[in-house]
Design a protein around this ligand. Structure first.
Ligand SMILES: Cc1cc2nc3c(=O)[nH]c(=O)nc-3n(C[C@H](O)[C@H](O)[C@H](O)COP(=O)(O)OP(=O)(O)OC[C@H]3O[C@@H](n4cnc5c(N)ncnc54)[C@H](O)[C@@H]3O)c2cc1C
Length: 405
């Protein structure tokens, strides 16, 4: 067992693996990644693999722009495969109150130089014959949006980092980060202690528990999210645009000759990781197909295909929601050397290339490469969030991810 490191990364999902890869690339010294299970095996490989450029803040638009570029260059940067396709996307407004939202996205996108266009339902139907124009008031087309195979990203960064000198310790659970005089001193695991002055808590659904063991409160809540992959369909091809129906919070993309689709229900199921068995793994997350069928009913007029397509895979995982729907990235106040990469809000895998690069730069240079202050843990310091309030806000953010606020 290794007993010292310059940086210890806790978790080998998209956030942790990307951070480790970029730390090694930046010459951060001895980088050790600890994971309680198989490497890259928890929520990350279970994602839908969508990236959305139409975000509500300039900072998120910039992170997504950087991340999308890195996904397209993934193989050149890491030496590892990544299957990706850029068919663009169609964001569908069915309610009058959602029309100004897509118009706002359009204006922001144009200002930021994106390939955006406002379409009618009929024009969208011409691009995507499975999307019916009935009840569609407006559609935003975003040319840059792409989808990728979620199974490739975290493991690709793991293998790339390992090839460049990072050390990975799977099946090793971090039990506590030791702090002395407000500074990180060591990471305790069930297989021994690693002395270090810098740690990155990228423990996914367990991010909060890892930090809490050192007295650091991270207000996020693990939230079940699930999707279906259908059998092959005659009229589906890989270049069909991604579709997002705003108020229903349903997304659809092509996947291996069929469709991959999922959505965000009104009352999501939250999990307290302390209440689960100690050996609980994300693939054991209890799923509920009725949630997805109710969403299919909601969008039946626009996407009747969802009801008729046979399902070949039902999967889900435990992304983490925050009370304001924004990630938590950067240092923990009062704990020098303790960094957090959490609060993925069901969109962390796609931004993980840019998040890892930014955190690695922050650790090596002592300052972030772009202003990440709006995503800081410190923003919650004054609020002293109570759990019920966190869950109420998180549920609202979960359902309203597409901006139908
Ligand atoms: C169905 C579904 C669809 C999704 N679709 C998308 C999408 O289209 N686009 C998108 O960007 N995102 C999507 N997401 C969200 C995405 O999967 C997450 O944002 C992302 O995977 C989070 O990565 P992570 O590294 O935080 O977590 P994880 O991948 O879960 O990694 C955390 C790691 O930490 C380890 N760990 C935990 N505790 C400890 C400990 N004490 N000691 C050591 N190791 C520990 C775990 O074993 C795990 O390997 C989706 C999620 C789901 C479930």
């Amino acid at each position: 067992m290794i007993d010292r490191a310059d940086v210890v990364v806790i978790g080998s999902g998209g956030f942790g693996a990307s951070t480790a890869f970029h730390l090694v690339e930046r010459g951060a010294g001895d980088v050790v990644v600890v994971d309680r299970y198989e490497l890259a095996s928890q929520t990350s490989p279970r994602a839908a693999g969508l990236i959305s450029h139409a975000r509500t803040t300039d900072l998120m638009c910039e992170l997504v722009r950087r991340a999308a570029g890195k996904l397209e260059r993934f193989t050149a940067e890491t030496g590892q495969p990544l299957d990706w396709t850029r068919p663009g996307s169609l964001k569908v407004a069915r309610r009058p109150e959602d029309v100004p939202v897509v118009e706002g996205d359009f204006e922001r996108g144009r200002r930021l130089g994106l390939d955006v266009e406002l379409l009618s339902g009929d024009e969208a139907n011409a691009l995507h014959p499975l999307l019916q124009p009935d009840g569609v008031l407006a559609v935003l087309r975003v040319g840059e949006d792409l989808y990728f195979d979620p199974r490739d990203v975290a493991i690709g960064y793991v293998r790339g980092a390992e090839a460049n000198g990072a050390t990975f310790l799977p099946h090793t659970t971090v039990t506590r980060v030791d702090l002395a005089d407000g500074r990180v001193r060591a990471v305790e695991t069930d297989r021994g202690t690693i002395r270090t002055s810098c740690v990155v808590d990228a423990a996914g659904a367990w991010t909060r528990q890892v930090a809490a063991a050192s007295g650091i409160r991270i207000p996020l809540v693990p939230t079940r999210h699930q999707l279906f992959v259908t059998e092959t369909l005659d009229d589906v091809h890989a270049d069909l645009p991604i579709v997002r129906v705003m108020d229903a919070a349903v997304y659809v993309r092509p996947c291996e000759g069929g469709l991959l689709w999922g959505g965000y229900e009104e009352r999501p199921r939250f999990f307290d990781m302390d209440e689960l068995r100690r050996d609980f793994e994300t693939p054991q997350t209890p799923l509920d197909a009725d949630v997805l069928w109710a969403l299919a009913d909601d969008v039946h007029a626009q996407l009747p295909v969802l009801r008729r397509a046979a399902v070949r895979e039902h999967r889900g995982g435990l992304p983490t929601m925050t009370g304001d729907g924004q990630h938590i990235l950067g240092p923990a106040p009062g704990a020098e050397g303790f960094f957090v990469a959490g609060g993925c809000n069901v969109s962390g895998l796609s931004v993980s290339p840019a998040v890892g690069e930014a955190l690695a730069g922050w650790i090596v240079d002592g300052a972030p490469p772009l202003d990440l202050e709006p995503l800081s843990l410190a923003r919650f310091a004054a609020a002293g969030v109570v759990q019920d309030e966190l869950e109420r806000r998180a549920a609202w953010e979960y359902r309203h991810f597409y901006g139908a606020r």
